[in-house]
Design a protein around this ligand. Structure first.
Ligand code: C2E
Ligand code: MG
Ligand code: MG
Ligand code: MG
Length: 286
């Protein structure tokens, strides 16, 4: 535990001219090794309804533990995306998340929806639908327990590339899978794509939330995102809530849900088990 990520320790992922190919091979090899050695683990950040304070979900966030160092996703996900290794990672993450849900259910815990981040290269691929079908069959729980978080930017790029084809989304929706747009407000200038898609949730990017204390223009922007979300029948969740003041403003503006350091940091599966177990005793007692 208590491993910290520091900028100085990730020389592996820095690009130096002339070393790119070698670096790419080394990293690919390391990622494959890490998959075999189970060095990737998931932490979970709880998501709450801002009005009832009820736990409504858990966002799965990947960590790479190697020797005694823990890499944050920002240190390797962009690299893996760029060089085409991200599908290996995303498949592994989906598998781990499903397995964890099944485990919690076996322990008799009431499991909220688990949100998994999907990178741009994988979306719209037949493979994603196949992987999810396979996992649901293997683990035997309802698709409602899974949410896919896709960034606004990836979603729009993928729609452009695939002639606005959204069959894959509809197919996932039929299984009960929830779809969230991550980092909303940072990826694209046109909103027209929203009308063609079965979106369940908009996640307001944390850059807006960060400016809430000081800038009143930010209130208007957030307020517009909330109306927009509600108008397309999506729930709106704010990311990166760090202060009571931010939470209060978001509540006043009508934001439904939130996650952030104010409520919880991303925590280990074991810590989630403890939280869910407390819920169980509370339920049993009432
Ligand atoms: P994201 O999906 O937008 O996740 C939110 C990030 O904000 C997480 O960083 C989380 O730890 C951090 N965060 C949460 N609350 C707060 C807060 O109150 N203040 C601040 N300043 N930060 C907060 P993390 O875990 O480092 O992940 C970074 C990004 O890496 C994620 O952004 C996501 O795009 C990507 N990522 C993480 N896990 C996976 C994964 O399993 N697969 C893929 N493809 N991408 C992942
Ligand atoms: Mg996310
Ligand atoms: Mg985000
Ligand atoms: Mg992000």
């Amino acid at each position: 535990e208590a491993k910290h990520s520091g900028k100085n320790q990730c020389a592996l992922f820095n690009n130096t001219i002339g070393q790119k190919l070698e670096q790419k091979l080394i990293l690919k090899n390391r990622i494959e090794q890490a998959l075999v050695n189970h060095e990737f683990i998931l932490h979970y950040q709880p998501q709450y309804n801002l009005h009832s304070n009820q736990l409504i979900g858990l966002e799965a966030l990947i960590r790479w533990e190697h020797d005694d160092y823990c890499y944050s996703p920002n240190e390797f996900i962009p690299f893996a995306e760029k060089h085409g290794f991200i599908q290996l990672i995303d498949e592994y993450v989906l598998e781990m998340a499903c397995q964890q849900i099944a485990e919690w259910q076996e322990q008799g815990l009431e499991v909220p929806r688990v949100a998994v981040n999907i990178s741009s290269q994988q979306i719209n691929s037949r493979k994603l639908v196949d992987i999810i079908n396979r996992q649901l069959e293997r683990c035997q729980f309802s698709g409602n327990l899974i949410e896919l978080e896709i960034t606004e930017y990836s979603l729009v790029k993928s729609l452009e590339k695939n002639h606005k084809e959204t069959n894959w989304l509809n197919e996932l929706k039929q299984k009960g899978i929830q779809i969230a747009i991550d980092d909303f407000g940072t990826g694209y200038s046109s909103l027209s794509y929203l009308q063609h898609m079965p979106i369940d949730r908009l996640k307001i990017d944390q850059s807006f939330v960060r400016n809430l204390n000081t800038e009143t223009e930010t209130h208007s922007i957030i307020s517009s995102i909330i109306s927009l979300g509600h108008n397309v029948n999506a729930t709106v969740l704010a990311e990166g809530i760090e202060t009571e003041q931010q939470k209060d403003i978001l509540k006043q503006l009508g934001c439904d849900d939130g996650q952030g350091y104010l409520m919880n940091m991303p925590i280990s599966a074991k810590q989630v088990t403890e939280i869910l177990s407390e819920g169980k005793t509370l339920l049993a007692a009432s």
